[in-house]
Design a protein around this ligand. Structure first.
Ligand code: PAN
Ligand code: ZN
Length: 190
């Protein structure tokens, strides 16, 4: 029996997706070692465990032919000079693509391939970014307000976090003289 069509509501201001089945929370302690400044990370974690981002998903079949739907909110802030960001990932099925739509706030989509190609796209409300197959992706909040975006990707894409945990991203986004600056990641390993 095939699935019946259904509507959902997406609040363009808050990113709230209703109904959704699951909200995932990522605190600084869930992202140990992902920010460059490990001393700043240690100092913050001594006192606090700030929420970096959360994302809500509608649970749909993880099968070819279906789509997955999610909204993400990255809270503003920095660890040392580096802006709050998502962990970032490749898809477990690397030949799958994704679409991001910016809803609120401002920031940047960082993308890279295992061969060492790198691209970045500024995403503001209304920007639609297409992430082709094989490009790992991470979002970074460079503003002072929550950064909210909507994502749609193939049902069977899955997530591979391990490779980014090992290599990091080629470039990182830091604040310099009050402005975002993309710099080479000194810890990047191919
Ligand atoms: C997004 C991300 C979401 C959270 O829905 O899963 O923004 O980022 P991380 O998955 O890197 O923690 C997506 O790209 N899905 O494929
Ligand atoms: Zn993805």
């Amino acid at each position: 029996m095939s699935m019946k069509p259904f509507p959902m509501n997406l609040n363009f201001k808050t990113g709230e997706l209703t109904p959704n089945d699951r909200t995932n929370i990522r605190k600084l302690s869930d992202m140990k070692g992902m920010f460059l400044d490990s001393e700043a990370e240690r100092r913050i974690l001594e006192k606090d465990d700030p929420l970096i981002y959360s994302f809500s998903e509608k649970v749909l079949p993880e099968e070819n032919g279906h789509l997955q739907i999610a909204t993400t909110t990255i809270h503003p802030g920095k660890i040392g000079d580096e802006y709050h960001m998502t962990k970032g990932h490749y898809h477990r099925r690397p030949d799958t693509s994704e679409m991001y739509l910016g809803l609120e706030g401002e920031g940047c989509l960082l993308m890279q391939t295992v061969e060492g190609d790198f691209e970045s796209i500024t995403i503001r409300p209304g920007t639609v970014a297409y992430i082709p197959p094989y490009w790992g992706h991470r979002m970074v909040n460079t503003g002072r307000t929550p950064y909210i975006f909507f994502a749609v990707y193939p049902g069977d894409a899955g997530h591979n976090y391990g490779d980014i945990e090992k290599t990091g991203f080629l470039k990182i986004l830091i604040e310099r003289n009050g402005k975002p600056l993309l710099i080479d990641n000194p810890r990047w390993k191919k």
